[in-house]
Design a protein around this ligand. Structure first.
Ligand code: AP5
Length: 190
């Protein structure tokens, strides 16, 4: 049984997982079931088992060849999941060796999404969310650098669209307007 495949991205701290959780609940209430698959969790479970990392935030510090190998294996595992699926992942990952494409050609081909969603927020708000999230080892960087990353993600999403024919959707997740972001995501993917 095939269904819709939607890839949802957003830079760390933008709140993509929070927005996805709300959207899945609303869609379920409308009788449109979606399951959410976290791409990073697939990578982390393999990396942890192979004793490469102790927490998920260490993955972006691994050598890029190892990150790419984990990425390809995660995509292969996700390829055959049927039904309506949201893949929670990254358009690009900021590493010490430069931006790493989250959906290089082989990953894009395996996931074959109908749409790619970019969840965005104001850079200062993202910075504050990272600072107040004690559960994770968030990268600390300035607003300008966060802005550059969001810009890069728009550019690379355009490339993904050109390569695969998927649409690109932008959802804003402003402070205090989570419900609006959830509703915008539901409208875009239902
Ligand atoms: P992953 O765990 O997906 O990374 P992440 O970006 O850190 O994901 P989170 O879900 O924690 O961040 P989020 O921004 O969605 O935040 P949250 O909803 O918690 O991936 C882990 C790793 O896997 C990556 O670093 C990478 O190494 C690897 N990886 C994954 N995909 C890959 C790929 N394709 N290729 C290569 N590597 C890959 O929200 C954050 C905070 O904001 C919360 O405190 C929340 O309460 C708050 N918040 C949210 N919305 C609002 C709002 N509207 N107003 C106020 N506060 C809000």
């Amino acid at each position: 049984m095939k269904g819709k495949k939607v890839v949802i991205t957003g830079i760390p701290g933008v709140g993509k997982t929070t927005v996805i959780t709300g959207a899945i609940e609303n869609l379920m209430n409308e009788g449109i079931p979606f399951q959410s698959i976290n791409f990073g969790t697939f990578m982390f479970e393999m990396a942890e088992k192979e004793e490469l990392v102790k927490d998920r935030d260490q993955m972006r510090t691994l050598d890029r060849s190892i990150q790419k190998e984990l990425q390809a294996r995660a995509a292969e595992n996700i390829r055959n999941i049927d039904g309506n699926v949201i893949v929670d992942t990254h358009a690009s990952v900021k590493t010490s060796q430069g931006f790493l494409a989250g959906l290089p050609q082989w990953v894009l081909q395996a996931l074959s999404p109908d749409s790619i969603v970019l969840v965005e927020a104001d850079c200062d708000q993202i910075l504050l969310r990272r600072l107040s999230d004690e559960s994770r080892t968030r990268d600390m960087e300035g607003s300008r650098s966060i802005e550059d990353h969001q810009q890069f993600n728009r550019s690379i999403a355009a490339a993904y669209s050109a390569m695969s024919g998927c649409t690109v959707i932008i959802v804003k997740n402003h402070n205090g307007l989570l419900n609006q972001a959830v509703e915008d995501l539901v409208k875009a993917i239902r």
